[in-house]
Ligand binder design. Structure first.
Ligand SMILES: Nc1ncnc2c1ncn2[C@@H]1O[C@H](COP(=O)(O)OP(=O)(O)OP(=O)(O)O)[C@@H](O)[C@H]1O
Ligand SMILES: [Mg+2]
Length: 259
């Protein structure tokens, strides 16, 4: 529900990176299951476009374990055929209030990445403070962003970097300032961070999300505290995504056919 108690407008979010291992899949699955998203959206589609199938394997494990996914559904689209790929994305978004996509920069092909990013209300690029990640972004993903904006200028202002694996005690404002300074035009820094937490080493994705993991470690006080902090990170990121998306959707009419 939004501030006036009305249902949220449908929203499409993509986590994308050409650089591997920046937390896309972990962020996609945990934001999809966050309490914030559950409160705001009646139905949530978690969509993996990565042929690697990290989330597909994870979801199969979930099903084998019999976990209840509530209002979250999972979809894996890996077709190399353009029409199948594009229609798949369109139809999932038609039937879900919120769609969260895990978009790989490589492996899907440039055209697929471009289509998926152009389909999003918000594109979130998880990025470490690292010159390696920054130059990979400028060389690989930024040219795709520029193509999207030149074909559809209304997509301006929808691309955000999320600082990831930051030190848990780092001042987020310093991270924002760092990225605002180095980012090229049309890309901003999301006003949230995704700190590095050792809990993700133990949380080895046996089909669990963070919330289920918290229940599993209920008797271990130290672990439970760590998981709680990780959950807080994910809730803050989810809230920031909704607020940012709401601002953007309020200013520009959505170009899709959603009901
Ligand atoms: N906040 C975090 N702190 C520490 N480790 C994390 C965090 N989030 C994720 N990880 C770990 O980092 C690794 C990469 O995460 P993940 O698989 O989500 O990234 P990815 O961008 O989807 O990778 P890929 O490019 O392979 O698809 C995993 O081992 C994951 O458990
Ligand atoms: Mg992944």
């Amino acid at each position: 529900m939004d501030r006036d108690g009305l249902p949220e407008q449908p929203m499409v979010i993509g986590f994308v990176q050409t650089k591997g291992g920046t937390g896309k899949s972990t962020l996609a699955l945990n934001t999809a299951f966050s309490a914030t998203m559950a409160e705001a959206f009646d139905s949530v589609a978690l969509v993996e476009l990565d042929p690697q199938g990290t989330l597909k394997t994870w979801w199969q494990e979930r099903e084998q374990m019999g976990y209840d996914s509530g209002r979250v559904s999972f979809h894996h689209i890996s077709s190399t055929q353009r029409e199948v790929f594009q229609k798949g994305i369109q139809s999932i978004s038609d039937y879900n209030a919120l769609m969260i996509m895990d978009i790989p920069g490589e492996g899907t092909g440039r055209l697929h990445t471009r289509f998926a990013c152009a389909f999003c209300d918000l594109v979130i690029v998880p990025m470490r403070i690292s010159t390696n990640d920054e130059s990979a972004f400028i060389n690989n993903l930024y040219p795709i962003i520029k193509e999207i904006i030149s074909a559809a200028p209304e997509k301006r202002g929808r691309f955000f970097v999320l600082p990831v694996f930051t030190h848990p005690l780092a001042n987020p404002r310093r991270c924002f300032a760092y990225f605002e300074d180095m980012l090229p035009p049309h890309v901003s820094c999301l006003k949230a961070v995704y700190p590095a937490r050792s809990v993700y080493e133990n949380f080895n994705r046996r089909g669990l999300n963070l919330y289920e993991y918290e229940r599993l470690v209920d008797s271990n006080k130290k672990f439970k505290e760590q998981v709680k902090r990780a959950i807080q990170d994910v809730e803050t990121i989810s809230k920031t995504i909704i607020e940012t998306g709401r601002e953007k959707n309020g200013s520009v009419e959505r170009p899709t056919t959603k009901s």
